[in-house]
Design a protein around this ligand. Structure first.
Ligand code: GAL
Length: 463
């Protein structure tokens, strides 16, 4: 389907920035391990991803982030590109082992200096930094002590957060505590397909509970050091629908929704874990100590929603714990991205409505949305990724619909600035609005990037 022509057919004029309002925040997101490279430079310690990618067969073609986009050495040039595209907000993460090579203890002055420069350069270019404190690159030294399964991680993490906020808090106003706790605990500690590659409920449940505690304690630490900071945390969310109207599929969809969309937000809001709809979670109680109900709560200024797709769910006797399975988009013969995720723009609308309905959520930013496709650079240097452009416009159209219905959505960040290391998938799914030739490190702005620039500059032209 040609999505642009659908726009015209609907009688909807091309998306206009001004419809989102002047306060709406526009940005682009990245994460440290996926772009920085320099994995052993200037005193950085090993992260669990450095170790995981070294194990054969864990990542597509045994690729790793040792060099990635070499952002560590090319940050100035990449920030210039952000400025060239008129993108006002840049979301990036701080690598914990670059600041604390052993996870705790000795601080690495060169790591501190690197992010200090990065933040200063953002500010001098008029780009607002949005900092994520944990985007999955746990110091390996801490994984050797149990990583997220060890309750001590809450105090290890809080110490790291305090160092960052004391260091950069006078310059950084917007902080996100964790990136997608469901993904790093689910893929990393239950399925074993992400670092550190552990499996099973006995790893997943304590990791999940400690992530919930770290999320709130980390936020309290920021608040204590910088009372004025805009504090959030980000969640992966997919709109869930049952495969049929049969009760067993409806219940299966509820279980998956509880796991993917509710497990981490609800304890934060003081609602506890969604064990009623997902009985397999009950064993998490084993890890909950006396005062934890209070410690799990935090009144976030905003939550970051990261949405890419929807999932269709059906009952399955064969899936342990969940008794549910996802009906793959490829089987449903629907349009997909290179990740085999369904292109389903109204997913973002439904998810926004769902989260907006929670009492206690003050403000929502879409901190990630985007798509991977097979992109290539033409001989004339252009990258014609019109499919991505259409994808972004159609999701934004759905976001706008939710906003116009009163949903408190105040910002949107594209995933991602440039093609990078896509975790277990390696380098082949290209998500960027800037193309990266990984042999030469040359950057080329894609058609989607030029579109974003034009879109963002519209207000200036119209005022
Ligand atoms: C998110 C993650 C990002 C990026 C993106 C695309 O789950 O936060 O790091 O990989 O998905 O898959």
């Amino acid at each position: 389907m040609n999505i642009s022509s659908e726009f015209i057919k609907d009688g909807i004029s091309p998306l206009q920035r001004k419809k989102f309002g002047n306060e709406f925040q526009w940005g682009v997101s990245v994460s440290a391990y996926q772009i920085e490279g320099a994995h052993d430079k200037d005193g950085k310690g090993l992260s669990i991803w450095d170790v995981f990618t070294n194990k054969k067969g864990k990542v597509f073609n045994n690729q790793n982030g040792n060099i990635a986009c070499d952002f560590y050495h090319r940050s100035s040039d990449d920030l210039q590109l952000i400025q060239q595209l008129s993108i006002p907000n840049f979301r990036f993460s701080i690598s914990w082992p670059r600041i604390l090579p052993q996870g705790t203890g000795q601080v690495n002055a060169m790591g501190i200096a690197y992010y200090d420069r990065l933040i200063d350069e953002c500010l001098s270019l008029g780009i607002e930094p949005w900092v994520t404190l944990y985007h999955w690159d746990l110091p390996h030294a801490l994984e050797l002590k149990g990583g997220w399964t060890n309750r001590d991680i809450v105090s290890w993490f809080v110490d790291f957060v305090a160092i960052c906020v004391q260091q950069y808090g006078d310059k950084v106003k917007n902080w996100m505590v964790l990136n997608e706790p469901m993904v790093f605990t689910g893929a990393g500690y239950f399925l074993g397909v992400h670092a550190p590659g552990r499996r099973g409920m006995s790893n997943f449940l304590p990791a999940a509970h400690h992530a919930v505690l770290a999320m709130a304690e980390g936020a309290r630490t920021i608040r204590a050091i910088c009372p004025q900071a805009n504090i959030g945390t980000t969640f992966s969310c997919s709109h869930i629908e049952p495969y049929s109207n049969k009760e067993k599929d409806i219940l299966a969809a509820k279980r998956v929704d509880a796991l993917l969309n509710r497990l981490f937000i609800e304890p934060t809001l003081g609602l506890g874990y969604p064990t009623q709809d997902l009985p397999a979670l009950r064993k998490i109680e084993k890890y909950i100590l006396a005062n934890d109900d209070k410690l799990m709560k935090f009144d976030f200024d905003f939550i970051g929603i990261q949405n890419y797709t929807r999932e269709i769910v059906k009952h399955s006797y064969f899936t342990p714990y969940l008794r549910a399975s996802i009906v793959k988009a490829t089987k449903r013969k629907v349009p997909t991205t290179l990740m085999n995720w369904e292109v389903y723009p109204s997913s973002i609308y439904h998810i926004l409505k769902k989260y907006d309905a929670y009492e206690g959520i003050k403000k929502i930013y879409i901190t990630e949305n985007g798509a991977a496709f097979t992109d290539y650079a033409n001989d004339d240097g252009s990258v014609e990724d019109h499919h991505r452009k259409e994808f972004l416009q159609n999701y934004l159209k759905e976001l706008l619909k939710a906003k116009e219905e009163g949903v408190k959505v105040e910002g949107y960040f594209i995933w991602t600035l440039k093609d990078n290391f896509e975790w277990a998938e390696g380098f082949h799914p290209r998500f960027g609005i800037i193309y990266v030739d990984f042999k030469t490190q040359q950057r080329t702005i894609k058609a989607s990037g030029w579109w974003y620039k034009e879109f963002l500059e519209e207000t200036n032209r119209m005022e």
